[in-house]
Design a protein around this ligand. Structure first.
Ligand SMILES: CC(C)(COP(=O)(O)OP(=O)(O)OC[C@H]1O[C@@H](n2cnc3c(N)ncnc32)[C@H](O)[C@@H]1OP(=O)(O)O)[C@@H](O)C(=O)NCCC(=O)NCCS
Length: 338
């Protein structure tokens, strides 16, 4: 089980606050820092704030002193959207404690997408309760409450308004574009995803928050929240990686290095290194598998094992777990030189 990070974190950000409900709709932190070294406590205390943890609104000139002058310039009231944007400083005392509010949650999501904390190392317990449901438009975040009036204000000013989604999480690329990756469809990667260099996410791929890859990988299937995929692994088209050990468990699953999850396959147990799951086979924790020696057991007993080929015997219908050596051809390097 991955250990939670007990470090703190801080960042200067630009928060969008609804004038209708007062909800924090989203917060953009361009340069989050993990660890409280260099936290600008002195400066902020001098401005009369206490920032040992939590969020304070800061003036544009303070944002400039903290290296984020553009955020100060971006702070304004947007009457069309009914949103006020303000500069904030957010400090998290301990990332192993659950997120306290939307500011805290947005900072954790961006720490993850900036690759400062791998999946499973930041506490996201209760994150849904901290986030507002938001109408994500091509003009920015809008409150769900009163959205018809918002649309009419846009119409009255001769502008159209396109809705991309209505969700608690925005897409990652509107906040962070990590280097060395490709994403065919930006809507399929949520803020909080962790994509290592050399990751390619194809159109059918999906990566949730607090989930992702640790090295070069091909993602054509779905990576659920909390799931970590090791370097050199390929998640085939339409494949699905369950969030937790299937059958009511809370243990989060992972995929080791050099694995191939075939097209339309799925797993509800963790895989070690160099495993293959045959195309179309879904291995849940309770699936009875037959090993090469003829022994039958539940797949959960092979949780985390390396060098296994899972396949459904097309003659007998039995699911087999066959020990294997060698490789499956490995990733095509041309596709990961991003
Ligand atoms: C499971 C898988 C890896 C096996 O592929 P392989 O290692 O190349 O194996 P082969 O198909 O050459 O089969 C080897 C032997 O096992 C047998 N075999 C393979 N799958 C079998 C099955 N499900 N049931 C019974 N026998 C099987 C073959 O008939 C063959 O027998 P032989 O040695 O007597 O000729 C492959 O079928 C697979 O599912 N790959 C996933 C590819 C994929 O989806 N990629 C992602 C794209 S988006």
């Amino acid at each position: 089980m991955t250990e939670l990070c007990k470090e703190g974190a801080w960042a200067v950000g630009l928060a969008s606050i609804s004038e209708v409900s007062g909800n924090v709709l989203e917060v953009f932190y361009p340069s989050p820092t993990l660890g409280l070294h260099g936290a600008p406590n002195e400066l902020i205390r001098a401005a009369g704030h206490d920032v040992s943890s939590g969020t304070v609104e800061i003036h544009g000139h303070h944002a400039a002193e903290l290296g984020a002058a553009e955020l100060g310039a971006a702070a304004r009231t947007d009457d069309l959207r009914g949103v006020r944007t303000v500069c904030v400083l957010t400090v998290i005392e301990d990332c192993s404690a659950p997120p306290a509010d939307a500011y805290d949650a947005y900072l954790r999501l961006q720490l993850s997408s900036h690759r400062l904390a791998p999946p499973g190392t930041l506490n996201f317990d209760g994150v849904f309760g901290t986030l507002a449901n938001v109408v994500w438009t091509d003009a920015g975040a809008c409150d769900v409450e009163g959205f018809t009036q918002t649309r009419m204000r846009f119409m009255a000013s001769g502008r159209s308004l396109q809705v991309r989604s209505v969700d608690k999480f925005p897409r990652m690329t509107d906040y962070v574009v990590p280097d060395g990756i490709r994403i065919a469809d930006a809507d399929r990667v949520r803020l909080g995803a962790h994509l290592a260099r050399g990751t390619t996410v194809m159109h059918e791929g999906f990566v949730n928050f607090n989930a992702g890859t640790l090295g070069e990988s091909m993602v054509e299937g779905r990576i659920s929240a909390g799931v970590c995929v090791g370097a050199g692994s390929d998640i085939g088209g339409g494949a699905s990686l369950m969030g937790t050990l299937s059958g009511g468990g809370t243990e989060q699953i992972s995929v080791g290095e050099g694995c191939l999850i075939g097209a339309n396959a799925g797993i509800g147990i963790s895989l070690g290194d160099n495993c293959i799951v045959e195309a179309g086979l879904y291995v849940t924790a309770g699936t009875i598998v037959t090993s090469s020696d003829g022994k039958q057991r539940k797949a959960r007993e092979l949780n985390g094992a390396s060098g296994i080929l899972f396949r459904r015997n097309s003659m007998t219908g039995a699911v087999e777990a066959i020990e294997r050596g060698g490789d499956w051809g490995e990733l095509n390097p041309d596709l990961h030189d991003n």
